[in-house]
Design a protein around this ligand. Sequence first.
Ligand code: ATP
Ligand code: DNN
Ligand code: MG
Length: 226
Amino acid sequence: MTARGYFVTGTDTGVGKTLVSAALLHAFAARSLRTVGMKPVAAGCEWRDGVAYWDDVEQLRAAANVDAAQALVNPYRFEPAIAPHIAAAQIAVTIRLDVIARACDALQAQADVVIVEGAGGFRVPLNEHQDMADLARRLSLPVILVVGMRLGCINHALLSAEAIHHAGLPLAGWVANRIDPAMAQFDASLATLLQRLNAPLLGVVPWLARMDFSALSTHLLLEKLL
Ligand SMILES: Nc1ncnc2c1ncn2[C@@H]1O[C@H](COP(=O)(O)OP(=O)(O)OP(=O)(O)O)[C@@H](O)[C@H]1O
Ligand SMILES: C[C@H](N)[C@H](N)CCCCCC(=O)O
Ligand SMILES: [Mg+2]
C-alpha cells in the first residue's frame, strides 16, 4: 500500500473503472491520505446549458480530497464518445505521453496517492504508435484491473492480465464489478478468475441501484494491494 499511485484499467469500456477509481479515492482518503484522481484522456461529453462536461473527470474530482487544476487532472478531452486516437485525429491533435507524464508528476507533488483512470481497455490506442499500456509504463504505476462481471469477462480479464505482464508492470490487484445483475454462473466465473489471475482480489462490488462511492469503498480491501 505504499505506491504513489495506481493505473486503473478495465476489461472494456463501461465496466466500472470510474466507479472503482472514485471508491479507491474515498478508501485512501479514509486512511488520512491526500488523494487526487486523473483522467488523462476523456472521450465523450455531456452538454448542460451549453457547457460541455466530462462525467469521469467530474466524478474523479468530486471523489478526491485535493482540488487540483483541471488541466492536470484531464490534459486531453474530446467531444465524441469514440476511441481517443480517432477523436484526436479528427481535430488534428496528437496525444502525447510526455504531456500526460508531466501532469501526473505535478499531481503526485500535491497528493499522496494519484489514481489514474485509463479509457476503455489496456490496449486502447492513444496515437499512431502508442497505447494505454505505453502510458501506464511511462507513468510507472502498478495496475488495478476492473473486471466487469458479464459473460465474456474471463477471456477479457486473462488477456488484460497477460498484456499488463507483457508491459512489465505489476498487477497490484483486481476488482470484480457486478455490472450484470443477471449474469449466470457468477460464483463459478469469479472462482475461475480467482484461480487464474495471479494477483489479489481487492473486492467484489455488488450491482448497485444507487451509487454511493463512500459506502462502496468499504468493499475494497486496500491492505491487499501489493
Ligand atoms: N456495480 C455497478 N452497479 C450498477 N451500475 C454500475 C456498476 N458499475 C458500473 N455501473 C454503471 O455502468 C456504467 C459504466 O460505468 P463506468 O462509467 O464506471 O465505466 P468505465 O469503465 O469507467 O467506462 P469508460 O471506459 O467510459 O471510462 C455507469 O453508468 C455506471 O454507473
Ligand atoms: C467512449 C468510451 N466511453 C471511452 N471513453 C473510450 C473507449 C475506447 C474504446 C476503443 C476500443 O477498444 O475500441
Ligand atoms: Mg470511466
